[in-house]
Write a protein that binds this ligand. Structure first.
Ligand code: DQA
Length: 145
């Protein structure tokens, strides 16, 4: 099984970035943990600050016939039509993940432009959100509809 794990802007700063909100694990910690927990998975991990590079990785996941994409679009969640269109355009199912509970923060974070075209959204569970998204794919990824 091939899974892409895509992280958007500022997530490279995890560990030191607003630790009260995002915790103290670094992005490398999260990625290493996924490798350890799910050793039989083929991984493509990418963190990008730019929207276009994230669009390109979504297209690559499609061309590679990936089995799924775990996607934390960071701040683009709330603004990006281009990322929404890319998620809608590709075959691999996408789970949107947020470390923080975007529904319990500022009003502008409550809206995701991307979640409506994902199979689901996990928000507020910290790094466990990434594990759960991978478990969803590993267990067959049946969407609830
Ligand atoms: C985030 C939530 C977003 O609102 C924010 O812009 C981020 C991180 C999260 O993982 O909680 O960069 O996606």
């Amino acid at each position: 099984m091939t899974l892409f794990v895509l992280n958007g802007p500022n997530l490279n700063l995890l560990g030191t970035r607003e630790p009260d909100t995002y915790g103290t694990e670094t992005l490398s910690d999260i990625e290493d943990d996924l490798r350890t927990r799910f050793p039989e998975t083929e991984w493509a991990f990418h963190q990008e600050s730019g929207e276009g590079a994230l669009v390109d990785h979504l297209h690559t996941a499609h061309r590679a016939s990936a089995d799924g994409v775990v996607f934390n679009p960071g701040g683009y969640t709330h603004t990006s039509v281009a990322l929404r269109d890319a998620v809608a355009a590709i075959d691999p199912p996408v789970v949107e993940v947020h470390l923080s509970n975007v529904h319990g923060r500022e009003d502008f974070r409550r809206t995701s432009r991307i979640a409506p075209v994902c199979v689901g959204q996990i928000s507020g569970l910290g790094p466990a959100g990434y594990h759960l998204a991978v478990r969803y794919f590993r267990e067959g990824g049946q969407a609830a509809g």
